[in-house]
Design a protein around this ligand. Structure first.
Ligand code: PLP
Length: 389
């Protein structure tokens, strides 16, 4: 069972990021949690149950990560899976044929693909809702609704959803709330404290933070569902490897300092972009004119490092993207290096064109994941690339 053992809730976030789940190795005192690269464990004897039996079920490196993320999100259990999508898939095993889910209309493209192409054929149904609109959320809930699945900020149009208000509505109607917290990380936003029941992350992004691992975590606020997720890990087997668990543990140790720098760099980039004549619109929740600004200030302790901009057309977006030098043109986000992408043809290509249009996810939209390089170099890079538009 991946439970937080006596986690000292009175310690600060950065202290817990470094220590939670990671007591020194009992045999050697090693400060870093070792990579237990083993498939099985010798047992004491017939009929004597052991804590560690087979590594799909228990691995100490994975356990350390699971306890760590549970402590940071404030849940009762954490579950590390092979990717962010595997974590979302583990979460959705709570639903059975005939069940219904309300989902933010703008979610990660892979989430949309998984729900519509894999779960709908199994008899689950989904309502794609503007979850910034509380009345729309309420109206979409039916007696078959088991879960409300939110992203906030949404990827890439940066809608902000009121997690506490939606949790209130959903709980009154007997539904759970899950939040994909990948964009902000628990350093900036802790949905369980706002009343959500489950949190998922693609650890591939800010939690690992170095663009060198694929992984996912699922955190539960409830023991019964946490026990079920541990069962799913054992039964389905989409677990995170010991080496990836080690990398993410290492990444999380610097999460607070990285997030601070992502955000301070993002503010410099936003300041530059809002004044630039070639940029039609800047979507960033830290801007006072952003429709979700007040909610974001209330429910999170920062605005993060993700920015979307409107360049007006595919041709303008292409002219800019083809000239970027310091920022790499790539899918993904949340690494120390700045990445820049074109959501309509990359992360959200699986969302049908008419649906993208309805979301405001245009062919002229460019998404920036602002890294932790020197801000001056990022501004100079944007300046020379925008000159080509
Ligand atoms: C990347 C991402 C995912 C999927 O995670 P993988 O690790 O690529 O499977 C899910 N949600 C969001 C918000 C993401 O950015």
């Amino acid at each position: 069972m991946r439970r937080v053992k006596g986690d000292p809730k009175n310690l600060g976030f950065a202290t817990r990021a470094i220590h939670a789940g990671q007591s020194p190795d009992p045999r050697t005192g090693a400060v870093a949690v070792p990579i237990y690269q083993t498939s099985t464990y010798v047992q004491k004897g017939l009929g004597e149950p052991a804590e560690f039996e087979y590594a799909r079920v228990q691995n100490p490196t994975r356990t350390a990560l699971e306890e760590n993320i549970a402590a940071l999100e404030g849940g009762v259990s954490g579950h590390a899976l092979a990717s962010g999508m595997a974590a979302i898939s583990c979460l959705m095993t709570l639903l059975k044929t005939g069940d219904h889910a309300v989902v933010s209309r703008n979610v990660y493209g892979g989430t949309y693909r998984y729900f519509t192409r894999m779960l709908e054929p199994l008899g689950l149904s989904f309502s794609w809702v503007d979850t910034t609109d509380l009345a729309a959320v309420e109206a979409a809930i039916t007696p078959r609704t088991r879960i409300v699945f939110l992203e906030t900020p949404t990827n890439p149009v940066m809608d902000i959803c009121d997690i506490a208000a939606i949790a209130g509505i959903a709980h009154r109607r007997g539904a759970w709330v899950a939040v994909d917290n990948t964009f902000l990380s628990p350093y900036l936003q802790r949905p369980l404290e706002l009343g959500a029941d489950f949190v998922v992350h693609s650890t591939t992004k800010f939690l690992n933070g170095h663009s060198d691992s694929i992984g996912g975590v699922l955190v539960s606020a409830h023991r019964e569902q946490g026990d079920w997720f541990a069962f799913v890990q054992k039964a389905e087997g989409a677990i995170l490897s010991p080496f990836d668990s080690f990398l993410i543990l290492r990444g999380i140790k610097t999460l607070p300092v990285r997030m601070d720098r992502h955000e301070s760099n993002a503010k410099r980039v936003v300041d530059f972009l809002v004044r630039h004549p070639k940029v039609r619109k800047v979507l960033y929740p830290g801007l006072p004119e952003h429709p979700g600004h007040e909610i974001q200030k209330r429910q999170a302790s920062g605005f993060g490092g993700m920015i979307s901009i409107e360049m007006g057309s595919y041709a303008n977006a292409k002219a800019m993207l083809d000239r970027m030098r310091v920022m790499s043109f790539a899918e993904s986000l949340g690494g120390v290096e700045s990445l820049i992408s074109h959501p309509a043809s990359m992360t959200h290509a699986s969302v049908p064109a008419e649906q993208r249009a309805a979301l405001g996810l245009t062919d002229g939209m460019v998404r920036l994941s602002v890294g932790i390089e020197n801000a001056e170099d990022l501004l100079a890079d944007l300046d020379q690339a925008l000159a080509a538009v």
